[in-house]
Design a protein around this ligand. Structure first.
Ligand code: HEC
Ligand code: HEC
Length: 323
């Protein structure tokens, strides 16, 4: 009997040691996507201008990294807070932890090299080697073209410095361990020629990360076979909004929408000053309408054309419930 007890005790010690060693390895050695590149992004007007367009209307760095007025429909941006961060994602929206959106103006990022920024945006590994929770869609940015990322970096270097700091994000166990394993080496792509409408539309959809919000997930992994079919739930202040089915299904998706209808839906949000007030229980949405409305008609057309080629999925979504 004594022998068996001893053996069990040894085994227990071995198991504990193994757990400690693997957790230490994961938290100390990961992420490891390689050193930041030694690059220098030229701050030329063309780059800054295109980066401004991308960051404000396509990849939406600014939409997320600014204060939003959630008392109005679709939360227009507070235009005095561009890049200043400050939004919080916590248990109130169903996140197991508390994630603060940081400041990305030069006030916070002036000590970061272009290589460190490039690595952060395309792999999810920060300057200090820690991992960024993939609420920031770097998994999508990792497939963009080098030139587009350079343009974005050039633009955020020119943001007006805003003096804000926020607490470090905290994730609950085991997400606080898992998050270390998520950053991946980038697999950069090439930007197709706009005349190649479908490929260009696919690239735009990748840049906007439409798929992330418009697919249901299980702990961050998209449910296979239901991509773009909507139904992902976002909790907001007591109500729930679910993303729409944007596959070409005729009854439950956008199969009956014309290109004009599609573009008009976005362009209806061109003037954030017209944003209507939202009272408790009223329809509210996280779809970044205000930011996307600034996308060019050509690019929205390409997105529409691409979405039309996705396999139609029949999935009826109840978009909003007030409680
Ligand atoms: C959907 C929201 C969202 C979008 C879009 C987004 N981010 Fe982020 N970003 C975050 C969050 C949240 C964090 C912090 C996550 C954490 O603490 O784990 C973050 C972290 C960062 C950091 C690290 C800053 C620091 O002090 O550690 C940088 C740099 C950054 N983002 C730049 C960008 C750029 C550039 C873009 C556009 C290409 C972008 N982000 C798009 C939400 C977003
Ligand atoms: C942050 C999450 C989020 C992102 C990113 C996002 N959407 Fe949405 N989208 C939603 C939600 C939630 C709704 C449902 C509520 C609404 O209509 O506003 C929606 C609604 C829509 C609708 C309206 C469909 C209908 O039946 O009325 C269209 C069209 C749409 N999204 C297209 C897109 C496209 C295209 C992209 C990428 C360019 C995109 N969305 C990116 C969350 C998102």
């Amino acid at each position: 009997m004594k022998k068996i007890a001893k053996l069990i005790a040894y085994l227990a010690i071995i198991v504990v040691v193994l757990i400690v060693v693997s957790v230490s390895y994961i938290t100390l050695a990961l992420p490891n996507v390689g050193s930041p590149e030694n690059i220098k992004v030229e701050l030329i007007p063309q780059r800054i201008e295109h980066g401004k367009y991308l960051a404000n209307h396509v990849v939406l760095c600014v939409d997320c990294h600014s204060k939003r007025d959630w008392s109005k429909l679709a939360g227009p941006i507070d235009s005095t807070s561009l890049g200043g961060g400050g939004e919080v994602f916590d248990k109130g929206v169903g996140l197991p932890g508390e994630v603060h959106v940081p400041n990305i103006t030069p006030f916070n990022l002036s000590a970061w090299t272009d290589g460190e920024l490039f690595r952060t945006i395309t792999t999810g590994e920060r300057k200090d080697g820690t991992a960024i929770f993939p609420l920031m869609p770097w998994r999508y940015y990792s497939k963009l073209s080098r030139e587009d990322i350079y343009d974005i970096i050039a633009y955020i270097r020119t943001l007006k410095p805003i003096k804000t700091t926020y607490p470090k994000s905290k994730l609950d166990f085991p997400l606080n361990i898992i998050v270390h394993t998520l950053p991946q080496k980038a697999e950069l792509g090439t930007k197709p020629n706009p005349s190649d409408t479908l490929k260009y539309g696919a690239y735009m959809v990748q840049s906007c990360a439409c798929k992330e919000c418009h697919s249901q997930d299980d702990k961050g992994t998209l449910l296979p076979g239901l991509e773009f079919a909507g139904g992902r739930a976002f909790k907001m202040n007591g109500s729930t909004v679910r993303s729409a089915n944007i596959t070409a299904d005729k009854t439950t998706g956008i199969g009956n929408w014309t290109k004009q209808m599609f573009i008009a839906r976005f362009k209806a949000f061109s003037n954030p000053k017209e944003a209507s007030k939202v009272n408790a229980g009223d329809f509210q949405t996280v779809m970044p309408w205000w930011s996307y409305s600034g996308m060019s008609e050509n690019e929205l057309s390409a997105i529409y054309a691409y979405l039309k080629t996705i396999k139609p999925i029949h999935n009826q979504v109840v978009k909003f419930s007030g409680s």
